[in-house]
Write a protein that binds this ligand. Sequence first.
Ligand code: PLP
Length: 403
Amino acid sequence: MPIEQATHIIPAARMANVRYAIRDLAVVADEVAREGHQILFLNIGDPPKFDFPTPPHMIEAVHKAMLDGHNSYGDSLGIRPAVMAIGHDAEQRGFTHIQSVFIGYGSGEVIDSCLTALVNPGENVLTPSPEYPLYSAVLAKLSAEPNAYDLDESNGWEPDLDDLRRRINSRTKAILLINPSNPTGSVMSRRTLEQIIELARRHNLLIFADEIYDKLIYAPGTEHVSIATLAQDVPMITFNGLSKAYLVPGWRIGWAVATGPHEVLHPYLEAVHRLLRARLSAPHPFQHAIKPALEGPQDHIAVMNEKLRRRAQLTVDWAKRTPRVNLVAPKGAFYAHPSLDIPEDDLTFVTALLKQKHVLVVHGSGFGQKPGTKHMRIVFLPPEEVLEAAYQKISDFMAERYA
Ligand code: PLP
C-alpha cells in the first residue's frame, strides 16, 4: 500500500499566544555566532555563566547525596529536610500562618502548577507589565484572558494602583507581584504592598509574590519587604528558589510557601498538591543542597551584591551620558530596563544591534510595555570590562544609526 503524504501536525490554537522573547532571540544569535562573530551576551539571567561561582558546600552536599544513594524519586512536595529548612527560613523572615511548602523543578514549575490549579479558561490573573514572560506563557496555555496592569516608569516602576484597581473584574482570581522585578530591577515600597493587600482583601483575591531576587538588593537604603509578612488574613503564595542568589539555575530547584487562613487555602492547595503528585517529584539529589544553602555560609551573597552594585552604577552612568536612553536606576536583581527614544520598534533595534555589533539584549516588547514606548532589557551580570565594551558598542550603533 502506498504511504500517504503526511499532513501537518497542527499545534493547538492557544500556542499562538505562547512566547518567550528571551530565548526566541537566541535563534538569531546562533546565526550570528555561526558566522564567526563573538557575541556579548547581556540577555540571560544566568549568574554562573559569569563570575559568580556556585558555593562549593552546595556542590559537596549534592555529591554526597548522590553517593549516599539519594537517586530515587523524592517526595512529591519535596524532601522533608528541605521543606523544613524553607519553612524555617520563611518563619525567621517573618512569615506566619504557613499552610504548605512545596518544591519543584525550578520556581518555573511551581509557578506553572499554581496557575494551573487556579485558573479556568476565560478567567484572569493580574500580571505586571512589563513582566517576566513565563507567566503570560503559562496563562496563555491555560486559555486565561490576559489582564496586565501597568508598572509606572515615572514612579520608579511601582505598580500603577489605579490601573490595577480598574482591571479587577468578576473573573479575576489573583494578583501577581514580581518583587524585585524582572525586567526593571525595581523593589516595591512597603506602602505599595500594603495597598495591594487592601485590594486583594476587598476583592477576595489570591496574591502571588515572585521573590526569587529577594536577596539581591544592592541600592543603599533599599530594603526588600516580603508581602507575606504584612498580612495573615490574605492568602498568598510566595515563590523563591536556588537559581539566582544561590547560583545554581541549572539544578532546577525552586519552591513556594503558601500563607494565609487555612480554611480559605485548603481546597486550592489540595489541587496544587495533586498536580505535584501527578508529576512524581522534583530532582531528588539537588534538593539536598537546599538546607545547606539556606543555613550555611551566606558570604557569596554579599560578594555578589557588591559586584551588582558596581555593575548597576556603571549601567546608570552609561545611560546618563547616552542620548535617547533613559533609565530608572535599578535597586535589586540584575536587570536594567531603559526606555529608548528611537524612530523604529524595539525588536528591530535589538535585532540590528545583534547583527551589526554582536551585542545581545532583549526588546522591551518581549516583556510587555505601554503602547508607544520602547525599551531594551539589559542583564548586567557580565564583568565590568565586558559591560563597558558592550555599552560602547550600543552607543556607537545608536550614533551611526540615528545620525
Ligand atoms: N521568576 C522570575 C521573576 C525569574 O526572573 C525567573 C528566571 O529568570 C524565574 C522565576 C524562574 O526561575 P527558576 O525556574 O530557575 O527558579
